[in-house]
Design a protein around this ligand. Structure first.
Ligand code: GNR
Ligand code: NI
Length: 146
């Protein structure tokens, strides 16, 4: 495993729409492992592949309840209820800011075995998943400060 270099704001990869993963190859499995190591080392509660310079639709989240790995994640539903809370980002050192997010969401995607999974998330997990999926679309929390 390896700790990867985290790209910071100003790097164009963070503003690029990431590409779908077509096949969960050994390279993708190694990337998942390296992203996890990088996230825990940082430490952060989530990481998206563009943050390590890879423009693919892969996210990881661990808010303390175990690691979630999602390939080609898509938000399938969002609650009307929203809430505002502080966020930070490994790609934006030394900045925090308030962001409005949906309180609950459902996210579909593939796990590392290529199985379709659906996650129902609320609160911080919902926030972290939305933050990571934004990274796949070239969006950063500083674009959406309230
Ligand atoms: O470590 C992180 N903390 C965090 C706090 C509130 C909302 C989102 C996050 S994600 C962030 C790690 C990161 O930059 N992931 O892309
Ligand atoms: Ni981030």
């Amino acid at each position: 495993m390896a700790i990867l270099n985290i790209r910071e704001i100003g790097d164009p990869v963070l503003r690029t729409e990431a590409k779908e993963v077509e096949e969960i190859s050994d390279n993708i499995l190694r990337l998942l492992d390296d992203m996890a190591e990088t996230m825990y080392d940082a430490p952060g509660i989530g990481i998206a592949a563009p943050q390590v310079g890879i423009s693919k639709r892969i996210i990881l989240v661990d808010i303390g309840d175990g690691l979630i790995e999602l390939i080609n994640p898509e938000i399938s539903s969002r609650s009307n209820k929203t809430y505002i809370d502080q966020e930070g980002c490994l790609s934006i050192p030394n900045q925090m800011g308030d962001v409005k997010r949906n309180y609950t969401i459902r996210v579909k995607g593939l796990n590392r075995d290529g199985e379709e999974v659906e996650i129902k998330a609320k609160g911080l997990l919902s926030r972290a998943l939305q933050h990571e999926i934004d990274h796949l679309n070239g969006k950063l929390f500083v674009d959406q400060l309230v």
